[in-house]
Design a protein. Structure first.
Length: 169
């Protein structure tokens, strides 16, 4: 009888330990740096109509203090790397006003090296694939900070970008 309790106890401990293990050996996540996988209250919702300009609801409440990313549409093409040059369509909204500040959909896609843009993009875009649409909510310290960028992007503004990745070079 004592032997059965020892076996059951050992089995219970083994199952407990195994259930807390990862299947990837503890490898780092493929998620963008600083990404939040859980939904954050107040973050805008974004339409998922590929090939069409995104519609974005106005944000509510206080903005997140860390970079927030969410794949609205998962792409299946080439993956963006920190060293990539990208062609994208994007829409930019101000968290504080809930207003669209800029959209490439009116003027055509933008092409640039990822290493040449704000830190929020540099941290939030790698891993995204061509054909995808990603929501980025970028706190001021990863955007334009205390200086702002003039005009509609004031000091300490949290930025909301919806990015459609067209091409990775």
């Amino acid at each position: 009888m004592k032997r059965i309790f020892v076996i059951l106890g050992t089995l219970t401990i083994s199952i407990s330990l195994l259930s807390s293990c990862t299947t990837d050996g503890g490898a780092p996540s493929d998620s963008p740096q600083g990404a939040n996988s859980a939904s954050v209250a107040g973050v805008p919702t974004v339409s998922a109509n590929a090939g069409e300009e995104a519609s974005i609801s106005a944000p509510e409440g206080n903005p997140p203090t860390e970079l927030y990313t969410e794949d609205v549409i998962e792409g299946s093409g080439a993956e963006a790397l920190p060293t990539s040059t990208l062609t994208v369509q994007y829409t930019l909204m101000s968290w504080s006003s809930g207003q669209i500040i800029e959209s490439s959909w009116a003027s055509g896609p933008a092409t640039f090296p990822l290493s040449g843009v704000i830190l929020g993009w540099q941290q939030g875009i790698p891993g995204m694939k061509e054909g995808g649409r990603r929501l980025l909510v970028i706190p001021p310290d990863l955007a334009y900070g205390e200086a702002g960028a003039g005009g509609a992007i004031g000091p300490n503004e949290t930025l909301i970008f919806v990015v459609d990745l067209i091409k990775v070079n």
